[in-house]
Design a protein around this ligand. Structure first.
Ligand SMILES: [Zn+2]
Length: 131
């Protein structure tokens, strides 16, 4: 008797979880796809049945990741273009407004995947749960 059923769940390393997130794969098995379309997630992993959205509003935290990544990249881009290339604020307003619309859409899936990875890293019970 190995007693595997009572042993605590294996926690993948943070590097593994981040790698799976960047490949948009399930944090538990690394095989199932997190998305079936640009914005659509299946309820569960097709391989290990991990439930992705644990509760209503679960992915609200991904919004903060998305916002943070967008704000940091916007700030860096502004400094490079304004102070480095000497473009005026008037010249930058339109393109940077477009940046603020496009980049969050591009980051949407990665922000959710990273949120799920971070949650699995902090709360290993997520990986053991089947509901
Ligand atoms: Zn899985």
């Amino acid at each position: 008797m190995s007693g595997d059923e009572s042993s605590p769940p294996q926690r993948p390393s943070l590097e593994t979880l981040i790698s799976r997130a960047l490949r948009l794969r399930c944090p538990r098995c690394g095989r199932g796809k997190l998305f079936t379309g640009w914005f659509s997630m299946p309820e569960r992993c097709s391989e290990c049945q991990l439930k992705y959205e644990r509760a209503s509003g679960y992915f609200l935290g991904a919004t903060y990741i998305n916002y943070g990544l967008t704000a940091v990249s916007l700030t860096a881009l502004y400094f490079v273009l304004h102070f480095g290339l000497d473009l005026s604020n008037r010249q930058l307003a339109g393109p940077l407004a477009g940046f603020c619309i496009v980049v969050p859409l591009l980051l949407f899936r990665y922000a959710r995947a990273l949120w799920l990875a971070i949650d699995c890293h902090i709360d290993v019970s997520v990986l053991a749960s089947d509901d």
